[in-house]
Ligand binder design. Structure first.
Ligand SMILES: Nc1ncnc2c1ncn2[C@@H]1O[C@H](COP(=O)(O)OP(=O)(O)OP(=O)(O)O)[C@@H](O)[C@H]1O
Length: 299
């Protein structure tokens, strides 16, 4: 029995191709209204997990429930509640954009109440929608993928590399769509290798490697106590020792230019800076990417 308030529950998922496990005992739980990130290197098993969630591959072992329904035995009902954007989204080249949206809409079994609004926001014109998708750019195909995923107002969004091929303006609009979905109480499961995107849009994250989850937690906690990389340029030189402030480490300084790492409460540092002739101060938080590579021991 799945507890009330759980949108996605995966228990002991295994998927083998021949002898090789693509997913090797994944369990995870996503609450309704939560935005959950799923990250990992190439070939880790992200797409296989998602394809299992959508009934596109049959698990070797394990069970997946979405909104309390078993995906294997109750797939039609599950798909009516889910907006899905597969990785490497394929369309039918001879169909127009509009025909693709209509066909995919029929599979969703719910009216595409947001289609027009979404096309407007993602700048797919009526002219674009009347053209065959074989004439579309990569980004235009991805926009069709996003429109079909959101068009029927699903309760759960399952998105595999959703911003592939989108330009920065369209990426921002996509982030806006995710925000609205969350504010309306919707659930998001987002797989991406763009870690800044996962940081910006999710509150919890699982890291998968070689088919197994190796870390999971609040997205902000996964970075631990955040290290900030600071660069300070002064108008008048100040001695190296002047920066013996709690939280400062790895200081490099030539008197005018100071580079250092900072952890913890910024107030003492800011008070100290207030007494100096500062030309420029830049302070950037460590990103999830750095934690992620720590986990893998990669650069
Ligand atoms: N249909 C298939 N037949 C055989 N092996 C497969 C099949 N699909 C996936 N695999 C293998 O399963 C493993 C996991 O693949 P998957 O596509 O799930 O990884 P991923 O994390 O989504 O990777 P990427 O970030 O590169 O998209 C890989 O080793 C892949 O080669």
């Amino acid at each position: 029995m799945i507890p009330v308030g759980v949108a996605i529950e995966v228990v002991g998922l295994v998927k083998r191709y021949g002898d090789k496990p693509a997913v090797d005992g994944v369990s995870l739980s996503v609450a309704e209204g939560e935005a959950f990130g799923y990250v990992g290197p190439n070939g880790a098993g992200k797409t296989t997990t998602i394809r299992s969630m959508l009934g596109l591959v049959r698990p070797t072992a394990g069970t997946i429930w979405i909104l309390g329904r078993d995906v294997v035995t109750d797939l039609r009902a599950v798909l009516a509640e889910v907006g899905h954007l597969p990785g490497e989204f394929g369309l039918w080249p001879q169909l127009t954009g509009l025909e693709c949206l209509e066909y995919l809409g029929q599979l969703q079994q719910r009216p595409p109440v947001r289609r027009q609004e979404l096309c407007d926001r993602l700048e797919l014109s009526q002219g674009d929608l009347r053209r065959q998708v074989r004439l579309y750019s990569r980004g235009m195909r991805q926009k069709i993928g996003l429109v079909q995923a959101f068009q029927h107002e699903p309760r759960v969004l399952i998105l595999d590399e959703p911003t592939e091929g989108l330009d920065p303006v369209m990426k921002e609009r996509f982030v806006g769509l995710l925000d609205e979905h969350r504010r309306a109480g919707g659930t998001i499961f987002l797989s991406s290798h763009i870690l800044s995107e996962v940081e910006q849009t999710t509150e919890r994250v699982a890291v998968i490697k070689a088919g197994r989850i190796v870390a999971t937690g609040a997205t902000r906690d996964l970075t631990g106590e955040r290290v900030r990389h600071c660069t300070l340029v002064l108008k008048k030189p100040v001695a190296f020792g002047e920066f013996a402030i709690p939280g400062v480490s790895a200081l490099e300084s030539d008197g005018l230019l100071h580079r250092f790492e900072f952890r913890g409460d910024m107030e003492p540092l800011m008070r100290r800076l207030g007494t100096l002739a500062v030309q420029e101060f830049v302070c950037e938080p460590e990103h999830l990417a750095e934690t992620f590579f720590d986990i893998y021991g990669e650069p």
